[in-house]
Write a protein that binds this ligand. Structure first.
Ligand code: HPA
Length: 268
């Protein structure tokens, strides 16, 4: 970790970010017109590189509304074959760099008819259906406690802020429970039905490990899903990754506007 931190500090001129933002599938355009410093994951000691189409795989350091931000352009997924400790390594690094707030975004399939493709969903809570936990292994007591409470992962005050920002920007923001599966196969209709009965609103293949570690480290956390499709069985259409990327492309403007509004209003 010290090697990672030293490398980042050297390359960014001791940049101390307040906020970390993780961009999900098809949402990589967020940084398009921003000036900043890009560090490809492959160059950062301790970082693994992402293999997914539509994910860039770099850290981007920039300043927005007087707030210093580190953006993860492309995240790692469990289905790529990484350990959960690899996936969540950047979150630990963010904490050590000085980050106080983590904004997680993703693409997800809707488990309910009233959450439509291109809707944005604020994550109120999650169900970890991978049944694997990123905190398994020897605990580093300097980072967090062995049995951390998870009753308020997605910080209430930030959820209130997101709702306020959405209302002011006239963006409809749904709110619900995110279910994570390992992927990479999409769900069966029977699984989708079960997730709905269990209280899920949307299903995806990311975010939960990062959110668990973020909460463990004491970071404030906010999660927003872009609904890219109805999950299997809710609509009769077959699912394709291209559809996920395409809806991401269409909804990018709305998403960017909301994230900008939230970053603008967050107190650091
Ligand atoms: N299922 C799982 N992950 C997803 C989906 C889905 O329907 N859409 C986008 N990511």
């Amino acid at each position: 970790m010290q090697a990672t931190i030293s490398y980042i500090k050297e390359k960014t001129g001791n940049f101390i970010p307040d906020i970390a933002l993780v961009l999900g599938s098809g949402l990589g355009e967020f940084t398009k017109n921003l000036d900043g410093i890009t560090l490809p994951y492959g160059d950062i000691p301790g970082f693994k590189t992402s293999t997914v189409k539509g994910h860039n795989g770099s850290l981007f350091f920039t300043t927005l509304f007087d707030k210093k931000i580190v953006v993860m352009q492309g995240r790692l997924h469990f289905y790529e074959g990484y350990e959960l400790s690899d996936i969540t390594y950047p979150v630990k690094i963010f904490k050590m760099l000085g980050v106080k707030t983590l904004i997680l975004t993703n693409a997800a399939g809707s488990l309910r008819e009233d959450f439509k493709p291109s809707d944005l969903m604020l994550i109120s809570d999650h169900i970890n259906f991978t049944c694997k936990n990123p905190l398994i292994g020897k605990n580093d007591d300097t980072l967090g406690e062995r049995f951390p409470d998870m009753s308020n992962i997605y910080t209430d005050s930030l959820r209130d802020l997101a709702k306020k920002c959405a209302a002011e920007s006239e963006i409809e923001l749904k709110e619900g429970v995110y279910v994570m599966t390992t992927g990479p196969s999409y769900e069966t209709p029977a699984e989708v039905k079960m997730f709905g009965i269990l209280g899920g609103s949307a299903v995806g293949m990311s975010t939960v490990p990062e959110a668990i570690v973020s909460n463990y480290l004491g970071l404030k956390t906010i999660g927003i899903s872009l609904i890219t499709n109805y999950a299997s069985g809710i609509s009769k259409e077959k699912l394709s990754h291209n559809e996920v990327v395409e809806v991401g492309r269409i909804a990018t403007k709305k998403f960017t506007k909301l994230i900008n509004a939230i970053i603008n209003k967050i107190e650091v």
